[in-house]
Design a protein around this ligand. Structure first.
Ligand SMILES: [Zn+2]
Ligand SMILES: [Zn+2]
Ligand SMILES: [Zn+2]
Length: 283
């Protein structure tokens, strides 16, 4: 197998993730998105740089994630959630995905921001992760608030979102998806990787994602429809003004207005390699 960094077929080492690094590199690091070896100072490997949106429009990629969600969790209105592609400085270089939300206690309004420079596969799986946050906060069909979903621990919450991303990668993204799946499991940020492993254990007892969503949010189980019925038209994202007042009897009371966000920090990558690790095999 040629060297993952320079393509040379010289003798080398095989990393834990099955890639060869030839003897020409005394120092190297790992790609943030797939854990392929890269030369020092490069965030992306050649594959991930090449796969950055391959000229396809973001709408096509988003459509693919929305269709997968329909097949997996049933009807939803996630297509009406605004998604913003933002450049690195706008989002903060250490955050690559974010969901903002606000609620009046009845409905949830939210939007998603994604770092525009992500490789295509990670861009889509990150979008699925952000949609999963919305699935926990509210019923994705009509955006009614789900208080139980809002009370989950950070590990449960991020773990569930990583689980949905993990399943999307496994079902839709082929061998590159399998690589990013491993990357999710090996994230040095344990809220994400331990959360994912916990949710994989919970999911594996029934292999039933709609049931797991119901367990986490207290909502009734909703399943994808296999009857061929035309899916329900999506509901528009509600607008929640901050000063909403509701009338209960003759009393006007301020509603339970809250807002927040979830931000995905850049995955933690294994330390740069500067000498031969003793547990590696030689090619
Ligand atoms: Zn090399
Ligand atoms: Zn990569
Ligand atoms: Zn998250």
């Amino acid at each position: 197998m040629p060297c993952a960094i320079c393509g040379s077929t010289r003798r080398g080492l095989v990393t834990k993730w099955g890639d060869v690094v030839c003897d020409g590199h005394s120092h190297f690091e790992f790609c943030h998105w797939c854990l392929r070896p890269v030369g020092t100072g490069h965030g992306f490997c050649r594959m991930c740089s090449k796969s950055t949106r391959r000229g396809r429009s973001f709408d096509d990629l988003r459509q693919r994630t929305l269709e997968w969600c329909t097949r997996t969790i049933g009807d939803h209105s996630l297509s009406t959630v605004p998604v913003f592609l933002v450049s690195e400085p706008a989002l903060n270089s250490l955050v690559y995905g974010m969901t903002q939300w606000q609620t009046d206690g009845f409905f949830v309004q939210s939007n998603v921001s994604l770092f525009d420079g992500l490789p295509e596969v990670s861009l889509m799986s990150t979008l699925v992760h952000e949609y999963a946050h919305i699935v926990l906060f509210c019923d994705p069909l009509d955006f009614t608030f789900s208080p139980l979903g809002d009370e989950l621990s950070k590990e449960e919450c991020e773990g569930f979102c990583e689980l949905m991303a993990y399943q999307f990668l496994g079902e839709e993204m082929g061998s590159e998806g399998a690589r990013v799946q491993r990357r999710l499991l090996e994230n040095g940020n344990l809220t994400y990787s331990d959360g994912l492993k916990m949710m994989l254990r919970r999911w594996s007892t029934t292999k039933d994602l709609p049931r797991l969503i119901s367990d986490l949010t207290g909502r009734p189980i909703r399943r994808p429809d296999s009857s061929g019925r035309k899916s329900r038209p999506p509901v528009a994202m509600p607008v929640i003004p901050k000063d909403t007042i509701v009338k209960i009897g003759n009393t006007r009371v301020p509603i339970d207005w809250r807002d927040g966000w979830t931000r995905e920090p850049l995955p933690k990558t294994p330390s740069p390699v500067t000498r031969e690790p003793i547990d590696w095999r030689h090619t």
